[in-house]
Structures are given as structure tokens and as C-alpha cells.
Design a protein around this ligand. Structure first.
Ligand code: MIC
Ligand code: SF4
Length: 758
């Protein structure tokens, strides 16, 4: 069956006339992103013309997807909005809360028990609000979306930063926080600063050990973790057409690691083949009929520098496999240079575990290529030197890779198959290693590798590579092994070389039962009252945040001045803490516990101005909140990089943080903070970061005249009585200033509905 067929049918029926209007309006050759964005614009309040990178625009996405770790908070907020049903087709996916420990069957059973309350809550709200529910074990959100929901030319948002995965099927798919999702679920326009565009032309063709993953690993190195911020990356060229649909999805998925709003490919044969293989021939036919609307205009491709804000060209024919890391996904090393780089940086080169799969790289193509490496290794009497794990992206993929014998091949080298879930990618991994400080190396085919992410050990050096390279390195047990040039010694003591991987884009025997694990919303549940046990430690109903009192912020103590990289994993850790994602009070106990205090280089140890001693971040924040003052958080570049989790914004709000002042923000995190009513400021002069002292009191003035484009003033009062004053920028538009004034964006929706259902 095709989900939401009527919506998709009507979308394609209107596309021609919409594109006609857009041409009239913009009056220049169109990029693919412009065609899709402008065909989803919420015209009611749009001024003409709109400028990329400057104007905020309201959009009407076609659908919303949420995963269980973010859906809880999103739905708890939606319940406060007073709506009876969701305005667009929506799905919820149970993928983040399953601990990888003893293999798929046992782990799933255990998850069903430990997360029972949360799963039951999500399942019943899904019935009440007419939302499709994907049960635990069905698969990871992005893989399920690609297999079932994505369609070329569509637009969706998802409460997960890797939502752009659906760009592999030609969709503008953007990761957002839960409060943004609530806007769309409530039928309001969803606001985004009109992204700028990076055009990337792919020429040539991949061969040998190189794969789609290596394209995005290289691009992450070129753009860095902030280079894509505020941009959509649009791929084209004969190299793009030569990639499989799932390979394209890998590239779009990991575009999130450059900070990009999303990434996209134009509709081509690979997408059509994938749609047909996954039972969606009608959609392939609709898209084929609209093919010219599902790519950029010829003029754009002929003169890309004129139409894209930035332009890059990459030749796939000469592309080497890459290994990125440790600790950041943009530290890109071509495999031929790894020996040198590892020695230079003192990276531990014995690899303890190789992990393949995840939402990024568990397509049939990925698994079949990795399996071909194993098959070849077995035939050459090689065994794996590292532990090896496989996390399939969906039950669909698991069942066909089992059927076609690939999982058995992995088992022959000691591979362990985990549940179809996020597992080790998000710290849901009971690693068989007791020393949680041991300096060690792992390599995986996931997308991010921030410190402590996979196993909570700050000394785990996690590297990212393609599944086939991860497999080769797990066989060798050495990070410095290069299968293109190096040999391995087999059981007979001979030197043998691994053959190049081989695989298939699509399963020759076809996909299986496409809907396994899906729960269709049960009709007639609208009246059902959702009950949350007040004594639960997993779920807690929300109370609205207070509106701004109209006064400047005066005499606020500094809570923490974070040093260096401060991702959402540092702000609100995952792993163990995922279990509190539906309970704001409990999860707030992890606020900033991973961030490094500038003044003592330690984590979760900050100066408490009230007691004069060092304390934890959540405890100190609570003291400042309860004393009525609130506090200020200071940070450096790309603050809040990584996840879409709005807990990283709700926790500080709950703990009384009033201002977050940084050198620069990551897009999703900045919006999340604004939506929860926290004042987000950036240093006008980045060197002013140095002026902030541990025991400072901070004033933010000018708030009564808070207006778009107008700076606010920061005054520091140091403990020696001296003062320093400087200007701070903000990126609020008029409607966002209302979110601040009202205490949160949700308060505005609540008021407009004039009723509160909980
Ligand atoms: C991630 O990859 O970091 C996550 C876990 O999927 C997050 C979502 C979350 O924190 O729940 C993301 O990417 O948005
Ligand atoms: Fe899950 Fe990891 Fe993908 Fe995030 S990146 S959705 S944690 S598999």
C-alpha cells in the first residue's frame, strides 16, 4: 500500500500550475530547491520578493515524522495546543530507546518492558491524533521514511537532525525541534530563514572501494561542521545520476554533519527504480511525468556559479575512501594518509569494534557490499581481529539481508546483529568493556562521532567510514589498514589481499512485507483521555513557561562559560538519559554536564556564586532559578551542533536560564532556544568572550526596545567592582520577538486556541 496516496496525488496534480506561478514570481531560471520550497510556501503572509539567507518564510510541509526520543516532548507540547488532530500526515517511530546488548530478540523484549509506559503513551496519542505508529523493532525513522513515505518534490520536517536522509528520494526534508513540529501539526505555517544554496556537481563514477559515504566524508572535511549552516546542498551532474537512491540518501543524511539545512538530488532513474522496488510504482509514474519540475533548469546546470551561492565540483572517479574522526565528523583523512595521521596525532590504532548499519548506511547496497568483503575474507581464510556488529536500519532490510544470506556471513566472523534501531549510534550500547576510561578505538558507518556518544567513554576514539571500509578494518583490526594497497596474513600464514567489494543497489528477490511493525491509527479514539501518572519518572505533563515581565535582565549570575566544542550531546547527553526524554524535570538533571568549564577545564563543576564553592551545573542553575535571578550561559562557535533534541533548550528554560550568549549557533538549536523563550545572543565582537569571568554578574539591557536588527547591550560587573560593556547581536524577526515576550512560541498557539486540553 502507498501511504497518503491522496495527498501525494493532489500534490503532483497541482505541481505544474505551482511551478508556473513560481516562474512568474521569481522570473529567473530555477534551482530544484527553489521549485520545491516555493511550491510549499504559505502565501498568506509572504512578502515579495524573498531574499536567500535574509528573509524568514513560512512553509506548509506535506508531512511530519518524529522518533520516540523527541516525539514524547513534541506530543506533550502538542497536547497543550488544544487541537483534535494533526493537520498533516504524521508518523512516530520507536527506534531510539532500545539498548543494544544481547542481540535483536532479547534486546527488543527487554525494551518492551523497560519502555512500556512510553510506548503505550506514544501508541495511544498516535491513535487519538490519527498518527501512524511504528513499533519498536520496525526500524529507524529515516530508513522507514525512505522506504514508505518520501516522494520526489515533497517537503517534510522531522524531529531528528538526520531527517534530510529523504533528500535521496528528491524531497526537501528538514530536521527541527519538537516545537517547530507542533506548528505544522497545528496547521500553522512553519518558519525558516530562506536557505542559501550550495551546488555540488559530481562528475565521473565511483569504483573499487569508494562509495557514496566517501563523497560526504570528503565534503564534511571541505565544509566543516559549520560550513553548511543556512544552506541547502543541491547535487547534480552525471556522477549524481550514477549513484543509487540509497547512496544519495546516505549523502543527504550526513549533510547534517556540515550544518546544512538539508541536501537534495534531482529525480532520476535510481529513484524511480527504488520507488518501484518498494511498491510505489504510481509515485514513480507521477514523478516521471513531472521530471522537468524535479530537477533544476538547464540554465542552472550550464552556469551553476551564477545560480548557487557557492559551487563545488567533485570528481568521483578519483575519489579515495575516507576515514573521519576522531571526536568530530569533519576531520577527514583519505585512507592512504591514515598511517601518517594516526602516528602524528597519537591515535590508538588497534581497533576494538567495527560497527556497521544505522540510519545512514544500512541499505541493501551497503550490507551486500560489506558482506562481499566478508565472503572474500572467509574464502581466503581470514578471521576478524575486531568485534563486529550490525544494526539494520529497518525490519525490511533485516529480513531481506537475512534471507539473502548476508547476516549469516557476518555471523561467521563473529558479527552480532542488533535490533533494527539506533543502538550504539546513540549510546544505547552495553559495550562488553568494563573500563569506561580506557583509551581505545572503534570505527563505524554511522554519521556522528562526538566524544562519549557511543559508549560514554571520553577516551573512545570513534572513526567514521563506509560499511565496506569498516568491515575491512574490523578484519584487519588496525585503523591504518588500507585494503587498496595492504595485505593481511591468513590462517595458513600467507599474505592475502581483499578483493574489491561488490554489491547490488536493490534486492533481486525484491523487498518483503513493507508494513511490518506498523500500527494504523485506530478510528474512534479521539475522545480518549491521555492519562499520565503523576508519579511516573518517565513522563510528565508540561506546564506553560512564564511570559517575559517586560523588564531588562539585571544582575544575572554567569552559570557556565563553555569552552570549545559544545554539541547537543554536551548540553543534553543521550545514552542513559534517553529514558527521561518525556520528563522535563528529570532530564534537566543532565543539563550541560558534558560541557567543559572554561575556568577549570572540568565537566559538570562550576562556580556557584551563592555558596562560593564548586557545584554541578543543574544544581547551581536551580539555586539561581529559585533565588529569582535566573542565569546566563556563554559558549563558543556552532553552539548546539548536532541533534534536534529540544530538551537541550527546554532544560535551560526549566532551570531558569534566561540568556544564551555565544560566538555562533547551530541552526536547529538556536530556533529551539528561541521557541522556548530563551534570549539567544551572539557576540558582536567575538573577542568579548574573553571578558567574561567566572563570578560575573551580567545585565542585558535594551529589551524594552527589542527589535529586529537592533543590538542589545551586555554589561559585566566583575567581582572587583569594575564593569565592562559590549554589544550583542541577535537574529530575531518580529514574530520571534513575540515568542520571547509571550514566554514561548507554544504560549502563542495556546492562546490562539483559547483552550488547554490537559
Ligand atoms: C542523533 O543522531 O543525535 C539523534 C539522537 O538522532 C538526535 C535526536 C535526539 O537527540 O533524539 C538527532 O539527530 O536529532
Ligand atoms: Fe538514530 Fe544514530 Fe540515525 Fe540519530 S544518527 S537517527 S541516533 S541511527
Amino acid at each position: 500500500m502507498i501511504f497518503d496516496f491522496e495527498m501525494i496525488d493532489s500534490f503532483y496534480k497541482q505541481l505544474d500550475s505551482k511551478i508556473f506561478e513560481i516562474r512568474k514570481r521569481l522570473n529567473h531560471p530555477l534551482t530544484l530547491s527553489e521549485k520545491i520550497l516555493f511550491s510549499h510556501i504559505y502565501y498568506n503572509n509572504q512578502t515579495n520578493p524573498v531574499r536567500r539567507g535574509i528573509d524568514y518564510v513560512d512553509f506548509l510541509p506535506d508531512r511530519v515524522a518524529m522518533q520516540d526520543a523527541t516525539a514524547q516532548m513534541a506530543i506533550l507540547q502538542f497536547m497543550m495546543a488544544g487541537k483534535e488532530t494533526t493537520a498533516v500526515p504524521t508518523s512516530v517511530h520507536c527506534d531510539h530507546l532500545i539498548l543494544a546488548q544481547a542481540g535483536a530478540d532479547d534486546d527488543l523484549k527487554k525494551a518492551g518492558i523497560t519502555n512500556k509506559e512510553v510506548y503505550e503513551f506514544l501508541s495511544s496519542v498516535c491513535n487519538k491524533y490519527d498518527i501512524g505508529f511504528w513499533k519498536p523493532g520496525a526500524g529507524i525513522i529515516h530508513q522507514i521514511v525512505l522506504e514508505n513515505y518520501a516522494f520526489p518534490g515533497g517537503m517534510m520536517i522531522g524531529t531528528d537532525s538526520h531527517t534530510p536522509n529523504a533528500g535521496g528520494l528528491g524531497m526537501i526534508a528538514i530536521g527541527v525541534g519538537g516545537a517547530d513540529a507542533v506548528d505544522v501539526l497545528a496547521g500553522m505555517g512553519w518558519e525558516l530563514k530562506l536557505p542559501k544554496l550550495i551546488g555540488i556537481k559530481l562528475t565521473g563514477k565511483l569504483s573499487g572501494w569508494s562509495s557514496a559515504k566517501d563523497i560526504i566524508l570528503k565534503i564534511s572535511g571541505l565544509l566543516t561542521v559549520k560550513g553548511g549552516t543556512g544552506y541547502i546542498i543541491e547535487y547534480f551532474g552525471e556522477g549524481a545520476e550514477s549513484l543509487s537512491c540509497t547512496g544519495k540518501a546516505t549523502i543527504c543524511n550526513m549533510g547534517a554533519e556540515t550544518g546544512a539545512t538539508c541536501s537534495i538530488f534531482s529525480f532520476d532513474k535510481s529513484m524511480s527504480d527504488y520507488l518501484i522496488a518498494t511498491g510505489r510504482k504510481e509515485i514513480s509514474d507521477f514523478a516521471s511525468k513531472n521530471k522537468n519540475h524535479l530537477s533544476a533548469d538547464k540554465e542552472v546546470y550550464d552556469d551553476p556559479e551564477k545560480y548557487y551561492d557557492q559551487f563545488l565540483e567533485i570528481n568521483l572517479s578519483g575519489l579515495e575512501p575516507y576515514i573521519n574522526g576522531p571526536f568530530t565528523p569533519d576531520l577527514a583523512t583519505p585512507i592512504s594518509r591514515m598511517k601518517e595521521e594516526a602516528a602524528k596525532n597519537n591515535w590508538p590504532t588497534d581497533v576494538e569494534v567495527g560497527l556497521i548499519g544505522s540510519c545512514t548506511n544500512s541499505s541493501y547496497e551497503d550490507i551486500s557490499r560489506a558482506a562481499s568483503v566478508v565472503k572474500n575474507a572467509i574464502s581466503k581464510k581470514l578471521t576478524a581481529k575486531s568485534e563486529f556488529t550490525i544494526t539494520p536500519g529497518s525490519e525490511q532490510i533485516r529480513s531481506i539481508t537475512e534471507r539473502d544470506g548476508f547476516l549469516d556471513l557476518f555471523r561467521k566472523i563473529g558479527g552480532e546483529v542488533f535490533a533494527n534501531a539506533c543502538g550504539p549510534c546513540i549510546g544505547q550500547w552495553a559495550r562488553k568493556e568494563s573500563d569506561n576510561n580506557k583509551i581505545n578505538t572503534i570505527i563505524h558507518s554511522f554519521n556522528r562521532n562526538f566524544a562519549k556518544r557511543n559508549d560514554a567513554n571520553p577516551n573512545t576514539h570513534a572513526f567514521v567510514a563506509s560499511p565496506e571500509i569498516v568491515t575491512a578494518i574490523a578484519l584487519a583490526g588496525k585503523l591504518t589498514f588500507n585494503p587498496i594497497t595492504d595485505t593481511l596474513v591468513n590462517a595458513d600464514g600467507e599474505n592475502v589481499k581483499l578483493a574489491e567489494p561488490e554489491g547490488l543497489d536493490l534486492p533481486p528477490e525484491g523487498f518483503g512485507d513493507i508494513e511490518s511493525g506498523y500500527q494504523r491509527p485506530v478510528a474512534g479514539q479521539k475522545e480518549e483521555k491521555i492519562v499520565v501518572d503523576p508519579s511516573s519518572d518517565r513522563l510528565q505533563l508540561l506546564s506553560p513557561f512564564k511570559e517575559w515581565d517586560g523588564k531588562d535582565f539585571l544582575n544575572l549570575p554567569l552559570l557556565i562559560k563553555a569552552k570549545g566544542k559544545c554539541t547537543t550531546d554536551h548540553i543534553s547527553m543521550a545514552g542513559f538519559w534517553l529514558k527521561y526524554r518525556g520528563h522535563l524535570e528529570n532530564i534537566s538533571e543532565n543539563y550541560m554536564i558534558g560541557a567543559v568549564n572554561f575556568f577549570n577545564g572540568q565537566t559538570n563543576s562550576i562556580f556557584n556564586q551563592s555558596s562560593g564553592s564548586y557545584d554541578t551545573v543543574p544544581q547551581t542553575a536551580r539555586v539561581y532559578r529559585d533565588s529569582g535571578s535566573g542565569s546566563v550561559v556563554v559558549g563558543e562557535e556552532n553552539f548546539g551542533e548536532g541533534s534536534s533534541r529540544e530538551h537541550a533548550a527546554m532544560e535551560p528554560r526549566f532551570l531558569g536560564v534566561k540568556v544564551v550568549l555565544v560566538k555562533s549557533f547551530a541552526r536547529i538549536h538556536e530556533t529551539n532556544l528561541k521557541k522556548q523563550g530563551i534570549l539567544t545572543l551572539t557576540f558582536y565582537n567575538k573577542d568579548d568572550y574573553q571578558k567574561i569571568r567566572e563570578d560575573d554578574r551580567i545585565d542585558i539591557t535594551g529589551l524594552s526596545g527589542f527589535a529586529t536588527g537592533k543590538q542589545l547591550t551586555v554589561t559585566l560587573t566583575h567581582s572587583d567592582g569594575t564593569k565592562e560593556k559590549f554589544q550583542a547581536n541577535h537574529s530575531y524577526n518580529e514574530s520571534q520577538i513575540e515568542w520571547f515576550r509571550e514566554g514561548s512560541a507554544l504560549n502563542i498557539i495556546r492562546k490562539s486556541n483559547k483552550k488547554n486540553v490537559i
